[in-house]
Write a protein that binds this ligand. Structure first.
Ligand code: AMP
Length: 353
């Protein structure tokens, strides 16, 4: 029997957990990452330790698999487009291009998917920044359009004096200014869509951050109204459909006091806020991504347990010993060799009920 082979761009924890999910189906994974210590290399059948710009290596990688998914967005668009010459890339390079640039993404969300976002303005010059700041007329967040993650590349602006400072720090980048949203809480929803347009959705979850890094996901989001659940699902379906998504995508949302939901950003890949599904759902997000990418029927997203997912950041990883024999806790250690402050080392899923 010839099983399919999946290519994974990026060998971090998301790539690793995708490869582990694929292995359950007898699917082999080839992983591409420039870092020879990338944790997914420990669990795949072929390693490509090459730069993402190495087109010869990209060609060899893409020629040897049935389809490719990526575990992070910051790969060169050219490399993603090149992969599509040799095999399927899911989600497509078009979707990747939308998610790589906050301005393109926000314009897409607002004008094509027709969902609500925070007010935003493109800032190419300091004059743009001043004008946008005065149009927002309140607290704002200045963000780089590209390569931002975990709060990096963004600065909150509380008054006119902050503009000059912020411009000094990130003014050499392409920027976007957003109004600051005094949200009630942060939610997210994960959607998967397959090649024939079938859509499945996971439960809406609440996300709590510490130092701009996701700390905890509570699944399902506590005390959430049916109206908010339905609105989140409608938003997810609109985005997935308008993008012509094939694959898996996460949507980060701000819940407001008045019952409105604003889309903060999208991530066309498995997402940290979906780790709870590994122990909480019939089909977890990684298996779902594998299914959607390789054209296997999508799995049930039914929730089996309420879960609180706790990220293990830096030294937290040493807590796993304490949890190993707790019957209500499932431990996930990413096998990273070096413990660093602020680094995602693993997570635990507490089974609540
Ligand atoms: P991002 O990189 O856009 O996902 O932003 C990281 C975090 O910064 C979010 O999870 C929010 O907690 C916060 N944040 C980003 N944009 C805004 C905004 N416009 N208003 C309030 N908080 C924000």
């Amino acid at each position: 029997m010839k099983n399919k082979t999946l290519g994974i761009i990026g060998g971090g924890q998301l790539g690793r957990m995708t490869a582990l999910a694929a292995a359950k189906f007898g699917i082999e994974c080839h992983v591409f990452d420039p870092d020879s210590n990338a944790p997914a290399f420990q669990v795949c059948s072929k390693s490509f330790i090459n730069k993402y710009e190495d087109m010869a290596a990209i060609k060899e990688f893409a020629s040897g698999v049935d389809a490719v998914l990526y575990e992070f967005e910051n790969i060169p668009l050219k490399s993603a487009q090149y992969i599509e010459k040799f095999c399927l890339l899911r989600p497509s390079s078009f979707i990747l291009s939308v998610s790589q640039d906050r301005l393109v993404e926000k314009n897409f969300l607002l004008n094509k998917a027709k969902v609500k976002t925070a007010k935003f303005y493109e800032c190419s010059t300091y004059e743009d920044l001043e004008n946008s700041y005065h149009s927002i007329n309140g607290i704002s967040v200045l963000k780089t359009r590209r390569f931002g993650y975990d709060g990096k590349g963004q600065i909150k602006l509380n008054n006119d004096a902050d503009l000059v400072e912020a411009w000094k720090v990130i003014g050499s980048n392409e920027l976007i200014l957003e109004e600051f949203i005094p949200f009630k809480r942060e939610l997210s929803i994960i959607v998967a869509r397959n090649y024939n347009g079938k859509i499945v959705l996971y439960d809406v979850v609440e996300n709590k951050h510490k130092n701009h890094i996701l700390d905890q996901t509570i699944a399902p989001a506590p005390n959430i109204s049916n109206d908010i659940i339905n609105l989140a699902k409608t938003i997810a379906v609109k985005i997935a459909t308008e993008l012509n998504l094939v694959g898996l995508l996460a949507i980060e949302l701000f819940e407001l006091d008045d019952g409105e939901l604003l889309v903060n950003e999208i991530a066309p890949r498995p997402h940290n806020s979906g780790h709870w599904t590994m122990d909480g759902c019939v089909t977890d997000q990684f298996e779902q991504a594998v299914r959607a990418t390789l054209g296997i029927e999508l799995g049930s997203t039914s929730r089996l347990f309420n879960i609180t997912m706790q990220n293990l950041i830096g030294d937290d990883i040493f807590l796993v010993k304490k949890y190993m024999n707790d019957p209500k806790v499932r431990v996930h250690n990413y096998g990273k060799k070096e413990v660093r402050a602020g680094r995602k080392m693993g997570h635990i899923n507490h089974i609540i009920s």
